[in-house]
Design a protein around this ligand. Structure first.
Ligand code: SAM
Length: 314
């Protein structure tokens, strides 16, 4: 398989995200015992970046909690463009481990993640219990309740095949997570994937974390930056106003869709949590954090009664 220069640049965004998370974890923004396996050495990041990552991780966690409250553990999570995300292991350490957890990314990312898991007992033991079996097949990893599979998400038939091979059951309540991923797909490919998901899962919660409001000066800089990281200009420009993001989900076939920029998300986080992280580092550039928060958003789109009332302020 040969990867284009664009794909290489996109794949590198995962290294960057993992290093940022490790830096914030080391400073005490949130706990993650597993991130160090995936990012060996990191330079200190700017306080705005650390706080931005905290808001993202915390908010996604709050929505996942609402999902699990509604369906218990008999449900599945699909992590699109998972990179080195450690959510599977963090959930395993709670009472909220789900029946099936499926992670997808480009095959080269999956094979590196697989390699890291195999080399580290603390990661491996959460995947297979004593008599559990791990099957490695064409670069993918299949275990009871955990699947790590390589594919190009812009190829819907391939993605659908990989989901089926990972034991995904379309009748089961399903959470699909896509953090900073769909922006790297061509807009028509991202729309096709969203439409496929919306038509396949009658009980579905989609959580999307992505850039938004890219039509101002700060947004233009972000578009250029995204473009350097392998994102097409058309892809970057699809990150419009939150209302447009929600509209896009409805057009793809979701029944409800809401989108909040990270300023609103930050205000909705518990006050004690905000106070705690505000005390970790001084912010020299308050305006920069404000701008960053104005240019990222969380979109929640649903199908089925079960998830229709999931909200930011729950
Ligand atoms: N979701 C992870 C997180 O939040 O830490 C990783 C985010 S990283 C910015 C983007 C990820 O999407 C990368 O791991 C990249 O390889 C993956 N990705 C982008 N386009 C993809 C595609 N067409 N098929 C599969 N994976 C893709």
């Amino acid at each position: 398989i040969s990867w284009s220069v664009e794909d290489e640049a996109v794949i590198a965004t995962n290294t960057d995200a993992t290093e940022c998370k490790r830096c914030a974890v080391e400073l005490g923004y949130w706990k993650d015992e597993y991130i160090t396996y995936f990012a060996k050495h990191v330079d200190r990041k700017a306080p705005e970046i650390n706080r931005g990552y905290y808001a993202r991780v915390k908010a996604i966690e709050m929505f996942i909690h609402q999902f699990l409250e509604r369906c218990g553990t008999k449900c599945q999570i699909i992590n699109l463009g998972c990179g080195y995300d450690t959510l599977y292991w963090r959930l395993k350490d709670t009472t909220q481990a789900v029946s099936n957890f499926v992670e997808l990314d480009f095959p080269s990312v999956i094979s590196k993640k697989c390699h890291t898991i195999k080399r580290n007992k603390q990661l491996l033991e959460k995947i297979c219990n004593e008599d559990g079996e791990i099957v490695l097949r064409s670069g993918d990893l299949h275990a009871d309740g955990y699947h790590l599979v390589g594919c190009d998400l812009s190829n819907v038939p391939e993605t659908a095949r990989k989901l089926a091979a990972a034991g995904v059951n379309t009748d089961s309540p399903t959470l699909v997570l896509a953090e900073c991923v769909l922006v790297y797909l061509r807009p028509d490919a991202a729309d096709a994937l969203l439409a496929h998901l919306a038509s396949s899962f009658p009980r579905l919660l989609l959580l999307l974390y992505e850039q938004c409001n890219l039509d101002d000066k700060f947004g233009e800089v972000m578009v250029r930056n995204l473009n350097l990281r392998g994102c097409s200009l058309a892809g970057a420009r699809q990150c419009g106003k939150p209302e447009a993001q929600a509209q896009r989900m409805l057009a793809a076939g979701f029944e409800t869709a809401r989108c909040w920029d990270m300023r609103a998300v930050w205000r909705a986080l518990p006050e004690e949590d905000r106070a705690r992280v505000e005390a970790i580092e001084m912010l020299d550039e308050r305006e920069l954090l404000h701008q960053l928060h104005a240019h990222y958003a969380i979109t929640v789109a649903t199908r089925g009664e079960l998830f229709a009332d999931i909200d930011l302020n729950c």
